[in-house]
Design a protein around this ligand. Sequence first.
Ligand SMILES: CC(C)(COP(=O)(O)OP(=O)(O)OC[C@H]1O[C@@H](n2cnc3c(N)ncnc32)[C@H](O)[C@@H]1OP(=O)(O)O)[C@@H](O)C(=O)NCCC(=O)NCCS
Length: 172
Amino acid sequence: MNHQLGNILIRNARTSDVEDIVELLNKIIEKGDDTVWDMPCTVEFERQWMENLRPGSLYNVAQRMDDSKIVGIHMLSPMLRYYRATAHNANMWLLIDLDERGKGIGGFLAKTTFEEAKNKGYERVHMQLREDNLNSLSFAFKLGFRIIGTAENQAKCYSKYLNLVILEKSLL
Ligand SMILES: CC(C)(COP(=O)(O)OP(=O)(O)OC[C@H]1O[C@@H](n2cnc3c(N)ncnc32)[C@H](O)[C@@H]1OP(=O)(O)O)[C@@H](O)C(=O)NCCC(=O)NCCS
């Protein structure tokens, strides 16, 4: 699966991407207000995690073609590991490098992964966002997500409770 938009290539993630992915993640974790991740990721953790993805998972990256740098990641995995009844639903997260936002990469990466997910039989995607992450909520609405609930005080980052908004989008 390869899709190209200008200087950006969307393709499946490889374990050789792990160092770029960890760098991208840690910049966002250090910024602190996008996600609920509040401790740095290590190369060992990410490599192990990539090697043990749930069956049926999709993990795509956006790669800058001129220097091969990974500037976006999109993970989509079956909602529950062992239940056939919910196997048409996926959970997801999507992250774009801090320096590459607002250039259309997130939208392109999402649309490409959703197309692949639909072809694999997924019908609906769910995700959770921090209630105070208004930029990402705008992005999610643009992609066609709708809010189906709020989990109050679901996360506790740096001793502060945060509400998480639960969103879903049909792929049909
Ligand atoms: C949310 C995120 C993925 C957007 O990625 P991006 O590459 O900057 O998004 P795009 O440039 O493709 O924007 C697509 C649309 O989303 C909306 N959008 C993106 N960033 C926005 C912002 N900061 N404020 C308001 N709207 C925004 C815009 O409406 C844009 O549409 P437009 O082309 O008509 O302007 C990125 O900011 C990110 O990684 N955030 C932190 C991680 C996160 O919260 N992930 C969950 C996302 S669902």
